[in-house]
Design a protein around this ligand. Sequence first.
Ligand code: UD1
Length: 416
Amino acid sequence: MQKLKVNGPVKLSGEVAISRAKNAYLPILAAVLLTDKEVRLKNLPDLRDIRTMLKLLENLGVTISKDGDTTIFDASTLNSHEATYDLVKTMRASIFVLGPLLGRLNKAKVSLPGGCAIGTRPIDIHLSNLEKMGAKIDLNAGYVEANSETGLKGVKLPLTFPSVGATENLMMAAVYAEGTTVIENAAMEPEIDDLANFLNAMGAKISGIGTSKITIEGVKELCSTDYEAIGDRIEAATYVIAGLMTNSSIKVTNFNPEHLEFVLDKLKEMGAQLEIGKDFVQVSPSKLKGAKIETAPYPGFPTDVQAQMVALFTQVDGNSFVKENIFENRFMHVPELMRLGAQITQEGKAVFIEAPQQLKAAPVMCTDLRASAALVLAALCAEGETIIDRIYHLERGYENLTMKLQALGATIEKID
Ligand code: UD1
């Protein structure tokens, strides 16, 4: 099993280009199932989650080929409606195929994703709303079996919580539904806008993009399209925080800083020297003070940047408070950061950090994707050689992390 060896403390410099967003491409890849026409997607990030989704599509019969930086999909060869446990268990996002399969084939059988390190993560909002659209749902031997013999019907779908995945699944299911579907209290994350823009590029009729009320008028068919997803705002935030934690000058490029407005505003409020361009953020050495953050659905503070902020808060001047409101168990990075000498007090869904703190290298272990990013950030500041184990978590979501950090001047390498 591979590990990361990081020598700190380091000073970073230069420029880092952000990859296309995994969380935008995962639902877009599932949406490929909706059409029998060719779809061409540019710059898919080379990540474990993306490779799992490609394997899932191939298992369903989709033909996939490559042309330079473009991946070409032909779902006219779709020959199965079943997403099996062996793939679904490795990636929760496999549940995204439920909506498109039901929309195109009127039937789908998808393994239940099961638990996850950061919480139980049920899919009740996906299922109850598909039922409202006329699907018959049975849970059988660990599988969701969904059928809609006469096709799905457009209805009003007021979500009990603005779930990102449920909004995306329902939007895809509604593309071919008869009549108009209105998703109320929809999630508003930029990746949802990206999925809607992709579906519209294929001929879907989706309006209200970027709002909490998304309207989908059913269509009869979709057409061929070329598409490139947005830059990964979470990866971008991670590098901005890396620049600040190491008191460095770095330029983070190739993403839309508007997608990170809440995070960048909070960092500026803490004293971060940030120049914000149309598609870049220039970070300069800054003296930071502590702050209070609470995670919330977009446009609030993203839960996917919470772990990295906890790492940052060990290096600021003053006290900080972090409350996690989205997931029930998302502080797995805290005991690992404490192994690096961080002093963090946890009370239920909140942590308190008194800083600045001197971090010291130690062997640590990745527990989930963003917790792993927090450990890398802390290791960049810790004195000595930190060994980070179980880096397969990182490889789910950070493309070329080692190479990107090496190019910025970090002393980091993969070891066996
Ligand atoms: C997506 C992101 C993930 C991010 C999360 C919140 C992808 C592939 N993943 O995950 O990186 O951390 O949004 O921004 O895009 N919930 C229910 N019932 C449901 C659905 C969700 O109770 O049917 C709960 C979940 O358990 C969780 C909360 O709602 O506590 C948020 O989940 P959701 O917004 O659905 O996140 P995901 O789509 O799983």
